[in-house]
Design a protein around this ligand. Structure first.
Ligand code: ADP
Ligand code: MG
Length: 688
């Protein structure tokens, strides 16, 4: 049978229904998919190590002669092993195979073999258990497993490396000359990239490390290039004309009523948004700024701006607590100017909700702040002109789209405190314009940060007591513990910790918020804390997102090593907002170098970008950018952070191509266009 890239893998010899199913679990259905099943890593079996230089725990290839007749040894009932000794000019290794009795007759005394495996030590003797073994003469020839750089594939139950290896080989042979080359010729030349055939062959079966590098670079480039094209095309499509008539307004009128002077960065962001609103196109702007930089003010200015032209705004926050706080803030900013502000959250009574909905539909409310409750079908607006979402990574694109759908292409403003490297921001928000608020309001005193261990407990409690005595409040944060997780002894559960703290400080008012409470109850405790009715709030990370309690002067984090740096940064951002000196105390008993290094970063810098970078370096991108957070599709081969240089090139290349051929309608761009469309289809939900 003639095979093509579209042929199903079950057509391959040796791939029955069971194996086909196992491959399907890896997302592989056709030979083309197999060719794109990239190795997870490689084993370099091209270099041979003299036995004398092979150290315990090293995984090495040795070239050695078998010095004795392999023997079968009974270890215990039902378990036998083949033992043999191999020697080279420098030393000897004892080799054992468990439950592979055929080895006794397959390996012969006096002949030379390549053994690949991990060196162990038994007494003074070097050992290898179950190494890969191949006759020396075969190494590096077609189909061999030593003397070359071996791919290591992701597996699912029912597959072995050998099965995948053979299937991939067959797939490459079938696909040769048919790989979808999304990269136009001119880009290949300009960036010195390998051809598709070469890249696919060498990503699986690299001729040498140099070839592997060329192959990788080309495939990574291609993936990022297609992504960049798709994102930029989306941006092009997004710039639709706005049906709204916005009148130019002078923001000074808005600023005049504020209790403080807006920072220059805030004014710049407002001005950029105002330009968008009046441009005749639909605004898609991201306001990025560290915690406490004053993003809410920018939102308020935009709300005021569209209100001047007769439009309503919707402001969606990720939690009830936040929605309530934003409502209060916006009332403060906007009611003096004559706007009507309302709130819609899940915990309100049906009657309250109906009242708000009616007012929105009638145009009696100018702004509504709410949670997900805003996207329900019953919510309708008279003239929705602007949609704002706070802490955007907590909302899916679909949720934002559901809200946007309640108006006729309303303007959108997204606010985020997650600092990300610029290139990545351009990718992720490639469809958004970005304003960065890189300046904190004046008069903030830097938070003093300390790292301490359990021995300081008594002093910590005394310090807390003293601060409260001065009229301040304190946050105490414990790590979130999953519902059915068993609690490791050294971990503090918020509830128990609150009880212990209350016992230690009986004359202080200690409250607690934890994951098992109902939203309404959390709300009540938070409200009591905000109103100054509690001195100390013990909580899991529910307070991580932007709640504002200016009187709080202490952020004490228990088991601080359990938190990511960016999380700690967000937590610290909760304090230092009032006129008093504030303190962040990180309690950790972990003495691993990694934990120490992490907490040191917190002590040394308050810069959100630097902290994010350190977080990236220390935790790796997988953790940092869970794909749901950033809204980009899963990458096949590229690593959005490690491959930053390539990303830069790929973005520039994409821009250049789209400038000359925005519709990708030239024949040379047909495959690129197909790939972009495919990416769109695969991510329809994500990208609205
Ligand atoms: P973000 O949402 O960016 O974390 P907020 O909008 O909650 O920050 O603002 C943080 C605090 O700073 C709020 O208490 C707010 O009233 C205050 N604030 C905002 N802008 C200014 C300013 N220009 N001058 C002084 N205080 C400000
Ligand atoms: Mg905020």
């Amino acid at each position: 049978m003639k095979m093509t890239p579209e042929t199903e893998i079950s057509a391959l010899r040796g791939v029955g229904p069971k194996k086909a199913e196992a491959f399907r679990k890896l997302g592989v259905e056709t030979l083309r998919d197999l060719a794109a099943l990239f190795p997870r890593r490689y084993e370099d079996r091209t270099r041979f190590t003299p036995i004398a230089l092979a150290m315990p725990d090293d995984t090495v290839c040795i070239r050695a002669m078998v010095a004795n007749e392999p023997r079968l040894v009974r270890v215990r009932r039902g378990m036998e092993m083949v033992k043999l000794r191999a020697v080279d000019d420098t030393g000897s290794v004892d080799i054992t195979y468990f439950n592979q009795n055929y080895r006794r007759d397959a390996i012969h005394m006096g002949e030379s073999y390549i053994f690949y495996g991990k060196i162990g030590l038994l007494g003074q003797r070097k050992t290898m258990a179950n190494p890969v073994c191949e006759q020396e003469a075969l190494a590096g020839t077609a189909g061999s497993v030593t003397g070359r750089i071996m791919p290591v594939y992701p597996l699912s139950a029912g597959l072995t490396q050998r099965i995948v290896l053979d299937a991939v080989r067959a797939a490459l042979d079938a696909c040769a000359g048919h790989f979808p080359d999304a990269l136009p010729e001119e880009i290949l030349r300009q960036y010195g990239l390998a051809q598709a055939d070469f890249a696919y062959e060498n990503i699986h079966f690299p001729a040498d490390l140099g070839a592997l590098e060329l192959a990788r670079r080309r495939l990574i480039f291609e993936e990022l290039f297609v992504l960049a094209c798709a994102m930029q095309r989306m941006r092009g499509e997004r710039q639709t004309a706005s049906g709204m008539r916005m009148e130019r307004a002078d923001c000074a009128a808005f600023y005049r009523t504020l209790p403080f002077r807006p920072t220059n960065a805030q004014q710049r962001a407002v001005l950029a948004a105002a330009d968008d609103l009046c441009s005749g196109a639909v605004m898609n702007r991201l306001v990025q700024g560290d915690v406490g930089s004053g993003k809410t003010l920018v939102a308020a200015a935009c709300i005021w701006y569209v209100w001047k032209s007769g439009y309503q705004s919707a402001f969606m926050a990720p939690t009830e607590i936040l929605a309530e706080q934003h409502e209060q803030t916006l009332r403060g900013f906007l009611e003096p100017l004559g706007l009507h502000v309302g709130r819609l959250t899940g915990s309100m009574t049906a009657k309250q909700k109906r009242g708000v909905c009616d007012a929105l539909a009638a145009g009696a409310l100018d702004v509504v702040v709410g949670t997900h409750a805003l996207i329900q079908g019953t919510v309708q607006f008279a003239r929705l002109g602007l949609v704002i979402t706070d802490e955007q990574h907590r909302f899916g694109v679909e949720q934002r789209a559901a809200l946007t759908g309640k108006g006729d292409h309303p303007h959108t403003l997204v606010m985020s405190a997650t600092p990300i490297p610029r290139t990545l921001a351009l990718m992720i928000y490639g469809d958004l314009d970005v304003s960065v608020i890189d300046e904190l309001p004046p008069g903030r005193r830097p938070v003093e940060t300390y790292v301490v261990d359990e021995r300081y407990r008594a002093r910590l409690n005394a310090f807390l007591d003293k601060l409260v005595g001065e009229g301040r409040q304190a946050f105490v944060v414990c790590p979130m513990v999953e519902e059915n997780d068993e609690l490791p002894a050294q971990l503090k559960s918020a509830q128990e910790h609150a009880a212990a703290l209350q016992r230690a400080l009986p004359h202080r008012r200690v409250g607690c918020i934890h994951g098992r409470m109902k939203a309404k109850d959390k709300e009540a405790v938070m409200a009591a804390f905000a109103a100054g009715e509690l001195d100390v709030l013990v909580a899991t990370t529910v307070i991580e997102v932007g709640v504002d309690v200016p009187n709080a002067a202490l952020m004490l984090v228990e088991n601080a090593d359990r938190f990511g740096l960016s999380q700690l940064h967000q937590l610290r951002g909760r304090i230092g907002r009032g006129p008093f000196q504030s303190y962040c105390i990180l309690v950790s008993d972990s003495d691993t170098d990694e934990a120490k290094a992490r907490l040191k970063v917190m002590r040394e810098t308050a810069d959100g970008f630097k902290i994010a970078e350190a977080d990236l370096r220390q935790r790796g991108p997988g953790d940092f950018f869970g794909s749901r957070q950033h809204g980009l599709p899963e990458m096949h081969i590229a690593d959005l952070c490690a491959d930053m240089n390539v990303l830069e090139d790929a973005r520039a290349a994409a821009q250049a191509v789209l400038e000359t051929d925005p519709e990708l309608s030239r024949p040379g761009h047909a495959k690129l266009r197909t790939q972009c469309d495919r990416l769109f289809e695969a991510n329809a939900g994500r990208w609205n």
